[in-house]
Design a protein around this ligand. Structure first.
Ligand code: PAF
Length: 280
């Protein structure tokens, strides 16, 4: 596995792989890797791609009062996970490599970026789009893999790719869950035992909604959402949103059908968690 720290180095490695007719699969991450990241990597490898993973905790996507400083980091552990997974190359740029002095340009996807996660975390998706666009330009992959766990991020990136004519297929990979149902996330490490027990209410509510849709054939969003909210209220957590949306534009909908989803966010004390179910 090659470990590259500069844009020049990663570009040279990708160029060589392309010369040997390999397709490039790209998995951008902020590190502290978990099963969800491994599923993205596995998808890229199963697609036969020369697989590049980037690890970069992107300061631009964190708000001033968010967890950038304390975001979990363990590069040595990550590298050993990636080596075992037989990833071909890892891009580990420094802050200066990605945002040298004088860097001004940002990429934003208005409207879509202002809803739900974007309303609670102003500027978040502009930070995400800016770094992802830069990484796409550096790595120039054929395919890029993102988890459905961050559904709005995936949809915003798909919009950006389409609008800016990136010749990249954006592949959405199903959410990976812990045995207790919690969606895999680097931030799960923040949860104490008691907080984790309370956090499970979100996946439980979503699971019940899924049953109501798929077994009881209830598609009325008002009915589904009010049941979900009731379940979440039974636990000591703060519900930030629970809504049924159209996946393409994140507009609130009245009935569940193909290409819709239920998205939710809660706060367990200071820890924010998001999760969803999608019918794509
Ligand atoms: O999902 C993430 O880990 C990040 O938002 C991403 C896509 C790597 C951009 O920093």
């Amino acid at each position: 596995m090659e470990i590259l720290k500069t844009k020049r180095e990663i570009r040279a490695v990708v160029k060589k792989a392309k010369e040997s007719k390999r397709r490039i699969g790209f998995v951008p991450t902020m590190g502290y890797l978990h099963k969800g990241h491994l599923a993205l990597i596995q998808n890229s490898m199963e697609d036969g791609c020369f697989t590049v993973v980037s690890i970069f905790v992107n300061p631009l996507q964190f708000g001033p009062s968010e967890d950038f400083q304390r975001y979990p980091r363990d590069i040595e552990r990550d590298i050993s996970i990636l080596e075992k997974a037989k990833v071909d190359a890892v891009f580990l740029p420094s802050d200066d490599e990605m945002y040298p002095a004088g860097h001004l340009t940002v990429v934003s996807v208005p409207n879509l970026s202002g809803k739900f996660e974007g309303a609670i975390r102003p500027g978040h998706f502009t930070g995400v789009c800016t770094i992802v666009a830069k990484l796409f330009n550096i790595v120039q992959p054929h395919r890029a893999y993102f988890g459905w766990k961050d559904a709005q991020q995936l949809v915003v990136i798909r919009r950006m790719v389409k609008d800016l004519d990136f010749d990249i297929s954006v592949i959405g990979v199903q959410t990976v869950r812990e045995p207790d149902g919690l969606a895999a996330s680097s931030r799960n490490v923040y949860l104490s035992e008691d907080q984790r027990r309370r956090a499970l209410v979100l996946s439980r509510a979503l699971q019940e909604i899924r049953q109501m849709v798929e077994y009881n054939k209830i598609i009325d969003a008002e009915v589904l959402i009010s049941r979900g909210r009731e379940i979440i209220k039974s636990e000591q957590v703060e519900l930030q949103y629970l809504e049924a949306v159209e996946l393409e534009n994140f507009e609130i909908i009245k009935n569940i059908r193909k290409n819709t989803g239920i998205i939710g966010a809660i706060k367990v004390d200071k820890v924010r968690l998001i999760d969803n179910i999608i019918w794509d």
